[in-house]
Write a protein that binds this ligand. Structure first.
Ligand SMILES: [Zn+2]
Length: 374
């Protein structure tokens, strides 16, 4: 197979992007977007299923899982973009300004992530109109990505047959392939000492603030190594100066591209807090919340090499990248689908200056098509 250039219809995909951007959507309020997408996908031959993730996260819409039967061999592929957007994202009036699709400046544009959705749909439209043989194509179109990857966490992964996936949702240019994203954890600690009169009998007290200070003084923080970071975001204790403080709380986070290093840093921070509490005769309770699994795709893994070859075939420069943030791909990877994040080319996302270069949009659809036809 392989990709033949020039099949994507730039005018059609630009119109589709503007139509999707003009469709109201927000986290937990993706109803109109889902209702717009479902018939489009059905018309292309997808079997579309909406799950009940919405009711689980307090929203009005579920994730859309969709499958297009293959017309050739080859491994099934998963593509994903999210339906929600940040605020202000209602009443978007998209228009073309020079080489870009922009909003009127009173809202975001919503190309994050309508550009990904439009590229997937345009790629499949081309497959259909040219009768190009393709493998099974599965879609995981999610809700609530912007508020903590909530939709992806409620997808039914047993439904998917794809082992390789592509999330169209990175702000790099078309050709950028994000293969690494950190695993992260939050640590919430409560130090407990013993209250006593600070002037009359301080020796009867145990200062929770002192325990926390000793714990922090013994901690490696900020840049731990090239893959690992740690930070204390808040420390709180409030009281009168004449009372030895009984409690003090601390909130910290750590991230690493390497799960073993992440666990080591969590253990180091926890140990430091427990040692300080023991030394000073108090206690500490540490709650560790691992927020998302990271991404660590090998350069020679199937989705990465496929995306690289496809980028070259459309004249884009493939570039492997890592990100400090999270995306739905973190969750897909954690559920056994090796998933890369693709550069979409949108600019200034999460702001009213958000804009989408029309050329990048068409290029993204070409890339998606080339990945399918690889
Ligand atoms: Zn996004």
């Amino acid at each position: 197979m392989g990709y033949t250039r020039g099949l994507v219809n730039q005018e059609r995909i630009t119109n589709l992007l503007m139509e999707l951007c003009a469709t109201d959507s927000a986290s937990r309020q993706e109803r109109l977007m889902a209702d717009k997408l479902k018939p489009m996908l059905s018309e292309l031959g997808f079997a579309v299923h909406e799950d009940d993730a919405g009711s689980k996260v307090g929203g009005n819409t579920g994730n859309l899982s969709a499958r297009l039967p293959g017309t050739s061999g080859g491994e099934p592929l998963l593509f994903s973009s999210h339906m929600d957007r940040v605020t202000p994202g209602m009443g978007v009036k998209p228009r073309i300004e020079g080489e870009y699709v922009v909003s009127d400046g009173s809202t975001i544009l919503g190309a994050d992530d309508a550009a990904g959705l439009a590229a997937i749909i345009e790629a499949v439209r081309v497959l259909k109109e040219r009768n190009l043989p393709h493998p099974v194509i599965e879609l995981g179109i999610t809700i609530c990505e912007e508020v903590g990857l909530l939709g992806a966490q409620h997808l039914d992964y047993s439904w998917f047959t794809a082992k390789s996936g592509f999330v169209l949702d990175s702000s790099g240019p078309v050709g950028e392939i994000v293969t690494q994203a950190p695993s992260s954890a939050k640590l919430n600690a409560t130090f407990r000492g013993k209250a006593a009169h600070a002037g009359v009998a301080p020796e009867k007290g145990i200062s929770a603030i002192q325990i926390a200070a000793r714990a922090i003084a013994g901690m490696k923080l900020l840049r731990i190594d090239s893959e690992t970071t740690a930070n204390i975001g808040s420390i709180m204790a409030e009281g009168r100066t004449n009372i030895v403080p009984e409690t003090c709380t601390l909130a910290a986070e750590t991230r690493s591209l390497d799960k073993t290093k992440l666990e080591a840093q969590i253990a180091h921070m926890t140990d430091s807090m427990e040692a300080a509490a023991a030394e000073l005769g108090g206690t500490v309770e540490v709650e560790v919340v691992r927020s998302n699994t990271g991404i660590n795709l090998a350069a020679d893994s199937a989705p990465v090499t496929r995306a690289q070859r496809a980028a070259e075939s459309i004249g884009a420069t493939p570039r492997l990248a890592s990100t400090g943030g999270g995306s739905d791909a973190n969750i897909f990877n954690g559920n056994g689908i090796a998933t890369a994040v693709l550069g979409v080319g949108y600019e200034e996302i999460h702001s009213t200056r958000e804009r989408m270069p029309v050329a990048q949009l068409a290029h993204l659809a070409e890339w998606t098509l080339a990945i399918i036809l690889d």
